[in-house]
Design a protein around this ligand. Structure first.
Ligand code: NDP
Length: 291
């Protein structure tokens, strides 16, 4: 088996299995999971993300609603839209595309989404549920990482896991998920001493930093599983290129398993958003997620 974890094909399989679940929910429970995405402003990268989300939502048979608001939209207008979607019974997941314009309080908006319609796992209730091992919703990117790790390694119990990065959207939830799988978890960050040695002790190394190729192959323990969350745009040989936080060429020579960039963690993020929406729809309607 290749040591490369193909996130693109893993995500395609996840979408196929979600489409089958959605079809069962429609037939047996007259339930069509619905996702609403709100975009404020005209950030080109965000527009691409939102378009891809809507396309994939429809492809698995779900309902997709997009709300594109002007960059000058006020906070109270945005909060009113969130509240109307909270009340809308055909919508089971609400996603507010980040970043929001500076005049809007991001935390206030994210916490205005009902926690049972939160599909990003950013609502404080879901953050609390994740850290206490409760039944909440897990942020999409770390969820995709843990799915790929479990698929490749089976049980993660007892493994030394190092997460480089401590953000609320990737590093911290990733560390919590690894802890739930009974790993011994170290969280490293910009103040960590001897980062190379910390990384070399990892059976599972997750890089979520945002610095192009900062982790070379000789920081990777032979046979370790390496999950590269980083997405960095660089210019090389006169061309624009996407690279991760790990130096893929040298790390792939020693790693037992490794995700490439692009084609690793990235494609899993939207697939997990769809998974979270189906899961929230099932919870709201008190039906079991189809097998
Ligand atoms: P943040 O900028 O919020 O966090 C970066 C983290 O890296 C911080 O905790 C920071 O430490 C740490 N860090 C910075 N420099 C160093 C260093 N030299 N050594 C060790 N740690 C360091 O980023 P995000 O978590 O939001 O994203 C991380 C990367 O993942 C980005 O490239 C982003 O584009 C990508 N990403 C990819 C997604 C996907 O779908 N694949 C989704 C989300 C993000 P400190 O806290 O001390 O400052």
């Amino acid at each position: 088996m290749s040591n490369i974890i193909d996130g693109k094909s893993f995500a395609a399989d996840l979408r196929t299995s979600l489409a089958a679940k959605v079809s069962i929910l429609k037939k047996e429970h007259q339930l069509t999971p619905g996702l609403a995405v709100i975009l404020v402003g005209e950030d080109p990268a965000s527009e691409v993300y939102v378009r891809n989300k809507a396309k994939q939502t429809l492809e698995v048979g779900m309902k997709s609603v997009e709300h594109k608001l002007d960059a000058s939209t006020g906070e109270s207008e945005l909060l009113a839209l969130v509240e109307s979607l909270n009340q809308d019974e055909t919508i089971h997941g609400i996603l507010v595309q980040l970043p929001l314009p500076d005049h809007i309080d991001e935390a206030k908006v994210l916490n205005a989404i009902h926690y049972e319609k939160d599909v990003d796992g950013f609502h404080l209730t879901n953050v609390g549920l994740l850290s206490t091992g409760g039944l909440g919703v897990v942020p999409c990117t770390p969820l995709g990482c843990i799915m790929m790790l479990k698929d490749r390694l089976g049980s993660l119990s007892g493994k030394n896991a190092v997460v480089v990065g401590r953000s609320n959207i990737v590093g911290k939830p990733m560390a919590n998920l690894l802890l739930q799988e009974s790993c011994t978890v170290t969280i490293a960050h910009s103040r960590t001493q001897n980062l190379a040695d910390v990384c070399r002790a990892a059976d599972i190394l997750v890089a979520a930093v945002g610095r192009p190729e900062m982790i070379p192959g000789d920081w990777v323990k032979p046979g370790a599983a390496v999950i590269d969350v980083g997405i960095n745009r660089i210019e090389r040989d006169g061309k624009n290129k996407l690279v991760g936080d790990v130096d893929f060429a040298s790390a792939a020579e020693v790693a037992g398993a490794i995700t490439p960039v692009p084609g690793g963690v990235g494609p899993m993020t939207i697939a997990c958003l769809l998974h979270n929406t189906v899961q929230q729809a099932c919870r709201q309607h008190k039906v079991a997620m189809p097998e």
